[in-house]
Design a protein around this ligand. Structure first.
Ligand SMILES: Cc1cc2nc3c(=O)[nH]c(=O)nc-3n(C[C@H](O)[C@H](O)[C@H](O)COP(=O)(O)OP(=O)(O)OC[C@H]3O[C@@H](n4cnc5c(N)ncnc54)[C@H](O)[C@@H]3O)c2cc1C
Length: 375
C-alpha cells in the first residue's frame, strides 16, 4: 500500500492548478495521476507533421476577466494575441455569431435592419447581450419577429444537435451563452484578456506542473489503483458519480466525435470556426492553424459531431445542465459532505459544471484557499 500526502486525480487545468498551489505554497509533496497518457486534460494540444498546433479535444480559446487567473497563467506562458470570431452558415451566407448588427444587416433589407437596430437600442441600450429566449418574450412585434428568426435559423437546430434537447429543456445558464449582441463587435468574446498560450496548452500545463514536489503518473486510472493507495487529502477532478460507484445513478454528459481532416492547401475556411446550425450532422468545423497563425501549405480541420456519452465508449465532455441532473448531482454532493475522508471535488466533471478554462482555474484557486485555512 502506497501512502501519499496529497493525491490529485486528473492532470487537466483544474488538477494542475491545485497541485501547483499545494506544492508551492504549502511546500508539500503532491502525487498527480491521470488515466490518459497525456497531461493537460481536454486542453491537450500537439504540433503535427505540418507544423500546425492541433487541439486534440476540440478548439480551445482562452478568455477571461478574472485578473487573478490571468496573472497565475501568465507566470507560465507568454500569449499569442488572438480574438476569436465565429460565423454561422445561414441561408447560404456566413454571418457573425453571436448574431449582432452586422449579422442583421447581412440578412435583412436595409430599412428593416435599421428598424430592428433602433428598436433593440431603445429597448436595451448599446453593447448589451440579450438571450434569445428572453427576446422571444418581448411585447414588440418586430423584435419578436427578429427573435423568432434567430431562434429558428441560429439557435434551435444547433441546440438540438449539440445537446439532443430543445433550448427550453436546458438551464438558462447554457442557453444564455447564445445571445443577440447589440453591437457591431464581431468578436466571439469581449473579455479583457484573450489569447492562446504561445507554446500551446500542453506546454503551459507542463510548466505549471514543473515543481520538485509534484510527481506525475500517467496512464493510471484512480478506480483501478484506489485500493493500493492511501492519502491524507484527495483532490478529484474526474466524474463525481463514478467516484461513488454510481450509487444514485449515472449523471448524464454530452460527448463529441471529432473527425480530423488534413487538406493539401493553405486554408479551408475564412474563420477558425464556422457553425452549421441547420445543415449536416456536425455542428461546426474548426480550423487549427488560425490560433497560433501557423504557416504551412497544408491545413487541418475538425468536424464536430455531438453524441450521447456512453461509459467506456467515449469521453464525458459537457455536463447536461438541467433541473433533474442538478438534483442528482446534489445527492452526490451530500454524500461527499458526509464522507469522513478529506476529499475535494473540482473541475468540469467533479463539480458537474459547464466551466470555461478560466472558471475551472478560478475554482481550483478558490478551493485551495478554502482548504488551506484548515491545513
Ligand atoms: C470541445 C470543447 C471545447 C472547449 N473550448 C473551450 C474554449 O474555447 N475556451 C474555454 O475557456 N474552455 C473551453 N472548454 C472547456 C475546457 O476544456 C475546460 O474548462 C477545462 O478543460 C477544464 O479542465 P478540468 O481539469 O476541469 O477537466 P479536464 O480537462 O477534463 O481534465 C480532467 C482530467 O481528469 C482525468 N480523469 C478523469 N477521471 C479519472 C480517473 N478515474 N483516474 C485518473 N484520471 C482521471 C481525465 O483523463 C482528464 O485528463 C472546452 C471544452 C470542450 C469539451
Amino acid at each position: 500500500m502506497e501512502k501519499v500526502k496529497n493525491l490529485v486525480v486528473g492532470c487537466g487545468l483544474s488538477g494542475a492548478t491545485i497541485a501547483r498551489q499545494i506544492a508551492e505554497i504549502c511546500k508539500e509533496e503532491v502525487t498527480i495521476i491521470d488515466k490518459r497518457s497525456s497531461i493537460a486534460g481536454n486542453c491537450y494540444d500537439y504540433i503535427d507533421e505540418n507544423n500546425i498546433c492541433i487541439h486534440k479535444y476540440g478548439t480551445h480559446i482562452f478568455h477571461t476577466n478574472l485578473e487573478e487567473v490571468w496573472k497565475f497563467l501568465s507566470r507560465f506562458t507568454k500569449w499569442h494575441p488572438y480574438f476569436h470570431q465565429v460565423v454561422a452558415q445561414i441561408d447560404g451566407k456566413e454571418v457573425p455569431i453571436p448574431f449582432n448588427f452586422n449579422s442583421i444587416e447581412m440578412i435583412f433589407p436595409y430599412e428593416m435592419a435599421k428598424k430592428f437596430e433602433k428598436k433593440l437600442i431603445n429597448r436595451y441600450g448599446f453593447n448589451i447581450k440579450v438571450p434569445i429566449l428572453e427576446l422571444k418574450k418581448e411585447g414588440d412585434k418586430d423584435l419578436e419577429f427578429l427573435a423568432q428568426y434567430v431562434y429558428e435559423k441560429v439557435f434551435l437546430n444547433y441546440t438540438l444537435k449539440q445537446w439532443g434537447l430543445s433550448p427550453e429543456e436546458l438551464d438558462p445558464t447554457v442557453t444564455g451563452r447564445v445571445p443577440i449582441y447589440i453591437s457591431k463587435d464581431n468578436r466571439y468574446f469581449q473579455d479583457k484578456y484573450q489569447g492562446i498560450p504561445m507554446e500551446g496548452y500542453t506546454r503551459l500545463v507542463e510548466k505549471i506542473l514543473d515543481h520538485p514536489y509534484i510527481h506525475i503518473h500517467l496512464s493510471q486510472d484512480y478506480h483501478k489503483i484506489k485500493n493500493d493507495i492511501e492519502f491524507d487529502k484527495l483532490f478529484f477532478t474526474g466524474c463525481i458519480d463514478e467516484f461513488y460507484d454510481f450509487e444514485f445513478g449515472e449523471l448524464p454528459y454530452r460527448s463529441l466525435n471529432f473527425d480530423f481532416r488534413t487538406y493539401p492547401y493553405p486554408y479551408f475556411q475564412r474563420n477558425a470556426t464556422v457553425n452549421y446550425p441547420n445543415n449536416f450532422d456536425f455542428t461546426r468545423i474548426g480550423e487549427y492553424k488560425y490560433f497560433l497563425n501557423n504557416t504551412s501549405d497544408h491545413t487541418v480541420v475538425s468536424y464536430e459531431y455531438p453524441e450521447p456519452y456512453i461509459r467506456g465508449e467515449n469521453d464525458p465532455y459537457y455536463p447536461i445542465i438541467k433541473k433533474e441532473n442538478q438534483l442528482l448531482y446534489q445527492r452526490y454532493l451530500n454524500k461527499a459532505a458526509q464522507d469522513p475522508r478529506h476529499i475535494y471535488f473540482l473541475g468540469r466533471l467533479g463539480d458537474y459544471k459547464y466551466y470555461d478554462m478560466d472558471k475551472a482555474i478560478n475554482r481550483a484557486l478558490l478551493l485551495f484557499k478554502e482548504v488551506k485555512e484548515k491545513w
